[in-house]
Design a protein around this ligand. Structure first.
Ligand code: GLU
Length: 445
């Protein structure tokens, strides 16, 4: 058995109940065959055995009291996967689906994503099965305070710096930061995605969505093309989706769809972003409201149709894991889609990815395409350490450079290892090499 097959057998046995983690880890390990078959240094150093095991995984009780006075208990997680190239860095997800498998898959992906940014950040992820949907602000605050009352002892500006993810935005970061500061009595850069005026970075909110469009634009430019006149289908309607749409419009494209967990809207004339921002960011309402405001748009219930049936040039899945499946990939290809770039983490299933690649569709994996968010978090950390704040333009220019750099590194890795245009393999290899070198330099730890 090859080294990689041995490692896959280990995780299949030891992490058998963790399907999302297995999916993410197998995708990366498969891409690394080309490297580990050529050079035995990794096997001799037991490097992959170490890489697939988190440095630490913390699971904790989060008790809080709801508005009716009833005690509620959720489960909290922080998986500190790799500190090889910097302090653990990655978001917190609050969603009822959260479990150890999901946090491990996200933490594992984060190692390579953070490495690709070129910035000194390790990989981690956390969250809870708490559902902020339908909760009052006070309930969310009590939950966040309780969550941080345990988490604070495991994090720190040079140890582990969490941020947002699904279900964790500016409101939640604010409540958690307030509680952290109160406990440790220090105003320090322990979380990113903070508010402007108390340590947050301009352009952090926009960064993931903007970065997604920047990397695709870089690819289009290299091929003598651009966003102008392109039809873009987007899933999701959160931070990533909204700001990807904003940048796509700014570059001359038309965005024809958005989704939430209940269904999707198709608006041929172009999704109105002000309406989406009001519905989703301001009022925290359901997307079906959009079709009540824009009568020429069509809302379809999730049980009755798929957003990926819509014809488009570029598809940007920005909702959640495994939302673009094999049938969807077939429909996208049949309808002329040329580019799929992941704004979410692992939205495309493995068989769908393989199908897209086999059809010559340019596929940008999340660990490269959505890295703009965490990269700008690292810029927030730099500003906090220097006690400075940079202008929006300054941060945005750095973000654009970082995304162009990521494109170049995944493109050249794909060529160097004989898979030109396969950005999945390119991203896995380029992300891995930097982390592997750091691990080899630092000895068996
Ligand atoms: N949750 C985001 C991600 O998946 C951002 C993480 C961060 O800024 O630390 O990369």
């Amino acid at each position: 058995m090859s080294y990689i097959d041995n490692i896959i057998a280990v995780i299949e046995r030891r992490d058998a109940g963790q399907p999302e983690f297995l999916q993410a880890a197998k995708e990366v390990l498969d891409s690394l065959r080309i490297i580990t078959d050529q050079d035995s240094v990794y096997e001799k150093a037991g490097l992959l055995e170490r890489l697939i095991e988190p440095e630490r995984a913390i699971v904790f009780r989060v008790p809080w009291i709801d508005d009716a006075g009833k005690v509620q208990v959720n489960r909290g997680f922080r998986v500190q996967f790799s500190s090889a190239i910097g302090p653990y860095k990655g978001g917190l997800r609050f969603h009822p689906s959260v479990n150890l498998s999901i946090i491990k898959f996200l933490g594992f992906e984060q190692i390579f994503k953070n490495s690709l940014t070129g910035l000194p950040i390790g990989g981690g992820k956390g969250g809870s099965d708490f559902d902020p949907k339908g909760k009052s602000d006070n309930e969310v605050m009590r939950f966040c305070q309780s969550f941080m009352t345990e988490l604070y002892r495991h994090i720190g500006p040079d140890t582990d710096v969490p941020a947002g993810d699904i279900g964790v935005g500016g409101r939640e970061i604010g409540f958690m930061y307030g509680q952290y500061k109160r406990i440790v009595n220090a105003f320090e850069g322990v979380l990113t995605g903070k508010g402007i005026g108390w340590g947050g970075s301009l352009a952090r909110t926009e960064a993931t969505g903007y970065g997604l469009v920047y990397i695709v634009d870089e690819y289009l430019k290299v091929n003598g093309d651009g966003f102008k006149g392109k039809k873009v289908a987007i899933s999701g309607s959160g931070n990533v989706a909204i700001f990807a749409a904003e940048k796509a419009y700014a570059l001359g494209a038309t965005v024809v769809s958005m989704t939430d967990s209940n269904g999707f809207v198709y608006h041929k004339e172009g999704i109105n972003l002000e309406t989406i921002k009001d519905i989703k960011l301001l009022n925290r309402e359901r997307l079906s409201k959009y079709a009540e405001v824009h009568k020429d748009s069509v809302y379809t219930d999730a049980a009755k149709g798929r957003v990926w049936d819509i014809a488009c040039d570029i598809a940007l899945p920005c909702a959640t894991q495994n939302e673009l499946l094999l049938e969807d990939a077939k429909n996208l290809a049949a309808n002329g889609c040329k580019i799929v770039a992941e704004g979410a983490n692992m939205p495309t299933s493995m068989d769908a990815t393989e199908y897209l690649l086999s059809k010559g569709i340019a596929f940008f994996p999340g660990k490269a395409a959505n890295a703009g968010g965490v990269a700008t978090s690292a810029l927030e950390m730099s500003q906090n350490s220097a006690r400075l704040s940079w202008s929006f333009e300054e941060v945005d220019a750095k973000l654009k450079n970082i995304m162009a750099g990521i494109f170049q590194s995944i493109d050249s890795a794909s060529k160097e290892y004989g898979k030109p245009g396969n950005f999945m393999v390119g991203a896995n290899i380029a992300g891995f090499k930097k982390v592997a070198k750091a691990m080899l330099d630092q000895g068996v730890i």
